[in-house]
Structure formats: C-alpha cells, structure tokens
Design a protein around this ligand. Structure first.
Ligand code: ZN
Length: 286
C-alpha cells in the first residue's frame, strides 16, 4: 500500500516563495505587482532590465555601455576562477554586468537611468559597473537630462581589487559635475545598499528615495555591533530609520515609484516637462 503519494510536478518558475513571509505566490502575480509579494508586499530584488521596464516609458529605453564586458584583469582565483564565475552568472542572468544603463523617458521627460542589479554578483561594483554609471552621468551631463540611479549593492567587487575601489572616486567625480550645471540627480536606494556604493554615488543624490525596508549603510549591522560592542537600536540601517534621521528624503513603494519620479522631474526639470515659464506666464500663474 502506498502511504506516500508522489508529489505533483510543478513546472519550474510557475510559483515562487517570498523570502520575507515564506508564502508561495504565482510568479506571474508577483511580476504584475512589480516584483512585490502579493501577501506581505515585500520588495523583492529585481534585475537591471526589469527596473528599466518598470521605471521608464514603454519602448523608450536605449542602452548605454552595453558593449563593455567585465574582464578578469587580476586573474583572481579562489575555488573557481573569476572568469568562470562571470561567465556562469552572465549566462544565468541574461545580462553581462550588475548595472544596466541607458536613456529613456518618464512621462515623456528625457532622463538617463542606471540601475544596479543585486542578483548579479551581489550588485558589486567592478570596473564595468563603475564605467556604466560614469557613462550614464556623462550622457546626462551632455544632454542636460536628469540622472536617475537605482542603487543596490554589496559593495566593491572583491575580485577586481583596487581597480574596483577606484570606481568610487570615478563615479563620484563624474556625478559631481552634474551639480555644477544644475542637472537633477535622483537616487533610489533599494535593498540592500551597502559598502563602496553606499559611500560613493548612492550618497550624492539631490533627492534620495528608498524602497520600504531597504537596508542602507556602509558596514553591516553585525560588523558594527561586534566592533563597538554595544547593541543597536531596532530597525537600525533600515530605510524607515534613515528617513527619521534625515538621510532618506522619502520612502516610496515600488508601485508608486514611476509616478513619484515623474512628479519630482516636473519640479526639478520643468524646462524638460513643458515650455519654460516666461515672465508673463510666471506672473499670470501668481
Ligand atoms: Zn511575502
């Protein structure tokens, strides 16, 4: 007698488990909810191309720096070579690096977007990630278009050593140029945003938005706790805690993010949104 029935085969990818509440959900439903859990609204990690799709007007995305591919310059090897790891990750992820950059529009307003991707080697910043961010900032500078960066990362790419640390200075300097020209720069901090990324371009936004519950900080809470030998306040380094402390300007649910960006862009780049106000229209409006 068979006491145990054979489990029904579930097609791979049809269902997924929420990492926060542990409940199962239809992958399609999760995607329709912009990769948020239908049960607990946990904001799941999304890759660069999905971010571009969620934030930009349909069909408006034109990639920047897509031809750049990471190289194993230091011939780094632990259990496996860095080169092998990169190949495997790229094949699985369908993208060549942890940053997707490009031009597009939001509500018809031209913007340049760079989105980091935590699912690709922890969103770590190596030479190509840094270069794509810098190219996006250069593009924004040349076109005088607002720059939007989605920052989620575990930090610098260990396998690229000092070359990866250099990206902090490079991205920061490229982005600092935008301020001189009054070009708006909006940062969206997504879970988690730590290490070298949190200490460079992710900290330079004119406006800093964060997704709910995102962990944001340089070193992780465990490292800090072990170093200073004291317990940390509840919710330490979470977006909500940092909003209270003034580091984050606003927490925005992913489903409202595109609209929020459009509203901000209309304030920050009114010349791009419509005709610039003249003395007469400004007077008429007052
Ligand atoms: Zn959930």
């Amino acid at each position: 007698m068979a006491f145990f029935r054979k489990k029904k085969e579930i097609p791979v990818g049809l269902w997924m488990k929420c990492p926060a509440c542990g409940k199962m959900a239809f992958t399609k439903t999760v995607e329709e909810k912009q990769n948020c859990c239908p049960e607990c609204d946990h904001h799941m990690k999304v890759n660069g191309p999905t971010r571009a799709k969620q934030l930009l007007d349909e069909g408006s995305f034109e990639p920047i720096g897509e031809e750049l591919e990471p190289k194993d310059i230091l011939r780094f090897k632990d259990e496996h070579s860095y080169e092998d790891k990169l190949k495997k990750t790229a094949a699985k992820a369908g993208v060549s690096e942890a940053c997707t950059a490009g031009r597009g529009t939001i509500g018809g307003i031209p913007v340049t977007l760079a989105a980091l991707d935590f699912t690709f080697r922890g969103g770590s910043m190596g030479v190509v990630v840094g270069e794509r961010i810098a190219l996006a900032a250069d593009d924004a500078y040349e076109r005088k278009a607002p720059l939007i960066v989605v920052a989620t990362s575990g930090g610098a790419r260990m396998q690229e050593g000092a070359l990866s640390l250099m990206q902090m200075a490079k991205t920061s300097a490229t982005i600092a140029r935008l301020r001189e020209e009054g070009i708006p720069y909006i940062v969206i901090l997504a879970d988690p945003c730590t290490g070298g990324v949190s200490a460079s371009f992710a900290a330079q936004g004119d406006v800093t938005l964060a997704e709910p519950g995102a962990l944001i900080g340089f070193a992780g809470p465990r490292v800090i706790q072990n170093t200073i030998k004291t317990s940390l306040p509840e919710g330490f380094q979470r977006a909500e805690f940092l909003l209270e402390k003034g580091y984050v300007d606003r927490i925005v649910n992913r489903r409202d993010l595109k609209q929020e960006l459009q509203t901000l862009l209309e304030y920050l780049a009114p010349n791009q949104a419509s005709e610039p106000p003249t003395a007469e229209t400004a007077e008429a409006a007052s």
